[in-house]
Design a protein around this ligand. Structure first.
Ligand SMILES: *Cc1c(COP(=O)(O)O)cnc(C)c1O
Length: 404
């Protein structure tokens, strides 16, 4: 068992007050809080190693480069990629998906089809729609059942000779559903179709092994896994990355430049134009160290306990509706209570110190399919406690009585 009180000491923000109430932070699916160890790594970069990377011969530049490349190796190990050539630093999940949509998109033709699911985050919908400005590409959408599980039979039936790509979230940020990505990938590969997995809600909570999954691309964000904002990772199989054109042009990503002909750098630098966010990339390495020091399996088990307790406690409240009841779901709990709007519930909970998310959670098509405008979402991380969950349930009970 992990010592939550000791872990909470690593997160000074958890001691702050909202009005005169102690903060209860239940919005980690939007962004997690950051431990002291990571903030110190950021400070260390600014105080001792700030120099541009991959360019200088001077000592500090070499140190900064080493720290960025050390994080790349930590990421490689963390997701079990074959090579650091397959680990591209981005600004986040969104940029990773845009990169793939843009560069893979050049290989698509009119009439090609891309399979998505109804539970995608907007960042795994809109980049594919942007492609439709240039090409007549058809998006096909896998539906879900009442518990929030993908309809896998419908998915299998969607493949045609025109299917070119599958893009699917690993874990739903609204329903918590953990999609069967191994099956999704193997079905797609049987049809010769590559798969991108949106891992934004998976990497903070479970061990991810891109080689076991055999996905072609995997995108995620540092800020949701106790790391700094402004950094993400796109994993891509070398056989795809090497064929893809660069997403952006500039410094760092070139071999030789002349006005007649420019050649591109080796992987992964071909996809990292301009000065990267080297301070935060370096500090992201400290976030991975932090997760490893606690243990991702322990984090998962703790969050599952919190989710189970929250589900039990909230279900006791009159008029409670929980969205997403898939077996083995992740640590997010979306709900509505009585006739109260999500917004009103969120506003009153904030007055009591609880930070929860309200609204469509960047998943409007999913809201439409559920026939609602939005939900209240509580999401859990390593630093949340059972006591906080009980207080949330009591507060939701109070708030819903006030609003009914
Ligand atoms: C947060 C999130 C994203 C977007 O991540 P950014 O860090 O904002 O780029 C994409 N997909 C899912 C499932 C998410 O939860």
């Amino acid at each position: 068992m992990i010592d939550i009180n000791k872990i909470r000491e690593d997160f000074p923000i958890l001691k702050r007050e909202i009005g005169d109430k102690l903060l209860v932070y239940l919005d980690s699916a939007a962004t997690s809080q950051t431990p002291r160890q990571v903030v110190e790594a950021i400070n260390e970069m600014y105080y001792r190693h700030k120099a541009n990377v991959h360019r200088g011969v001077h000592t500090m530049s070499l140190e900064a480069t080493d720290m960025v490349e050390l994080t790349r190796e930590k990421v490689r190990r963390w997701i079990n990629a074959e090579s650091t050539e397959e680990v591209v630093f981005t600004r986040g999940t969104t940029e990773g998906i845009n990169l793939v949509a843009s560069s893979m998109g050049e290989m698509f033709a009119n009439g090609d089809e891309i399979i998505l699911t109804v539970m995608e985050h907007h960042s795994n919908i809109v980049p594919w729609q942007l492609l439709q400005r240039h090409k007549r590409i058809r998006l096909r959408v896998v539906p879900i059942d009442g518990e929030g599980n993908l309809n896998m039979a419908a998915y299998e039936d969607m493949f045609t000779e025109n299917t070119r790509f599958v893009a699917v979230t690993h874990v739903s940020n609204v329903l918590g559903t953990v999609n069967p990505v191994n099956d999704i990938v193997s079905i797609a590969h049987r049809h010769g179709v590559p798969v991108l997995v949106d891992g934004a809600q998976a990497t903070p909570h479970m061990r991810v092994d891109v080689r076991a999954m055999d996905c072609d691309f995997y995108a995620f964000s540092s800020h949701k896994m106790y790391g700094p904002s402004g950094v993400g990772v796109l994993y891509g199989k070398k056989r795809w990355l090497s064929r893809m054109t660069p997403y952006q042009g500039g410094g760092e990503m070139i071999g030789n430049v002349s006005f007649e002909k420019t050649t591109f750098a080796e992987l992964p630098f071909k996809f990292e134009a301009g000065t990267p966010d080297f301070v935060d990339v370096a500090a992201f390495g400290a976030a991975i160290d932090y997760i490893e020091s606690v243990g991702i399996e322990e984090i998962s088990a703790h969050e599952r306990r919190l989710l189970r307790l929250a589900t039990e406690e909230l279900t006791k409240i009159d008029g409670m509706r929980i969205f997403g009841t898939s077996a083995g779901k992740g640590a997010v709990l979306s709900f509505l209570v009585g006739t109260a709007s999500a917004y009103d519930v969120g506003l009153l909970l904030d007055k009591l110190g609880f930070a929860v998310r309200t609204g469509h959670h960047c998943a409007q098509p999913l809201m439409t399919s559920l026939g609602i405008q939005g939900t209240v979402r509580a999401s859990f991380a390593v630093y949340n406690t059972e006591d906080e969950v009980r207080r949330l349930a009591a507060a939701v009970g109070r708030v819903s009585a006030m609003l009914s």
